[in-house]
Ligand binder design. Structure first.
Ligand code: DOR
Ligand code: ZN
Length: 344
């Protein structure tokens, strides 16, 4: 008989963008309604590069959590060519849980990112020593490399040497999009893991061009071919603890996505668990959702698993087409469409 509902331990989102100011107030309640904790990306303008900035940002996020909801933001620092190694100790003491690597120019607000990994050696050594994970946006930025090949080339030219030079540095390859990345992580040592978004499990690159250009399906790393999507579903639903949930929910005002030069990022926070349930259900693997969403990430980060549960029901509902976003509008992925699972 078709499974009608599933109850799992309260999940966490191990990769999330909440921005700042009015935008932050608009999006934090969506995530707090779904997840116990979330890893907050530091790509603000200017980026979060000190422990003190991370602590102040955490307070702004906590202030946006609706009364009565228990939600814990987990903070990260933004790696630059000159993030001092001694900031790592201060960050750890302040409760920062990881450092994010954006190759300079790879994506939204990555201008201050790393131009050459060799410049960050001392800082990476400190992270390895302190057990602070490096979260990697795994794409090369060279204009001569085809956009669809940038993740695979990054693994070969950057990640393999990095792994060799820092064998016990915890590394999370964020939002993997290719068969190559799934294979790399599966074969790598136990200090290596990966997050996978709901949209990369549900869609291939055709979604970007279905009957016309579809900016709300545009994110980085960009959606890939069907064979890659299938490989990601296998990774996510295979029960391997190296793979866990990270939505990469990345809000941008609708008019900046529906633009001649539209921003990268899919806003999935309002229905994140419903979208993951759909992907796991399609793969006939609902029994693997709890490990992926609620256990593997916490275990990798060395944090306690959440207590409490959430229930997903097979019950169709229509996701609102827009949400207020300061003075602008925010359009979630699948907004205005029917979703087959609902979270209570
Ligand atoms: O699509 C994306 N949007 N990819 C990223 O890496 C950054 C994110 C954002 O901040 O908008
Ligand atoms: Zn991201």
């Amino acid at each position: 008989m078709t499974q009608q509902e599933i109850t799992i331990t309260r999940p966490d989102d191990w990769h999330l963008h909440v921005r700042d100011g009015e935008a932050l107030k608009a999006v934090v309640p969506h995530t707090a309604a779904q997840f116990g904790r979330a890893i907050i990306m530091p790509n603000l303008k200017p980026p979060v590069t000190t422990a003190a900035q991370a602590v102040a940002y955490r307070e702004r996020i906590q202030a946006a959590v609706p009364k009565g909801m228990a939600f814990q933001p987990l903070m990260t620092l933004y790696l630059t060519d000159n993030l001092p190694a001694d900031e790592i100790r201060r960050a750890k003491d302040a409760g920062v849980v990881a450092v994010k690597l954006y190759p300079a120019g790879a994506t939204t607000n990555s201008d201050a990112g790393v131009t050459d990994l060799r410049k960050t050696c001392k800082t990476l050594e400190a992270m390895q020593r302190e057990g602070l994970p490096l979260l990697v946006h795994g794409e090369v930025t060279s204009p001569e490399i085809d956009l669809f090949d940038r993740e695979a080339v990054f693994i070969e030219t950057q990640l393999v040497p990095l792994r060799r030079d820092f064998p016990e540095l915890k590394i999370v390859v964020e939002h993997i999009t290719t068969r190559e990345a799934a294979q790399y992580v599966r074969a790598a040592n136990r200090f290596t893991a990966a997050t996978i978004t709901a949209h990369h499990l549900l869609y291939n690159r055709n979604a970007l061009f279905l009957g016309g250009i579809r900016p709300h399906y545009y994110c980085l790393p960009v959606l890939k071919r069907e064979a890659h999507r299938v490989a990601l579903v296998e990774a996510a639903t295979g029960g391997n603890p190296k793979f866990f949930l990270g939505t990469d929910s990345a809000p941008h005002a609708a008019h900046l996505k529906e633009h001649a030069c539209g921003c990268a990022g899919c806003y999935t926070a309002p229905a994140a668990m419903e979208l993951y349930a759909e992907a796991f259900d399609q793969a006939d693997a609902l029994d693997k959702l709890e490990g992926f969403a609620s256990f593997h990430g916490a275990d990798f980060y060395g944090l306690p698993r959440n207590s409490g549960t959430v229930t997903l029901r097979r019950e169709a509902w229509t996701l609102p087409e827009t949400f207020a976003y300061g003075d602008a509008l925010l359009k979630p992925l699948r907004g205005g469409e029917l979703l087959s699972w609902s979270l209570s």
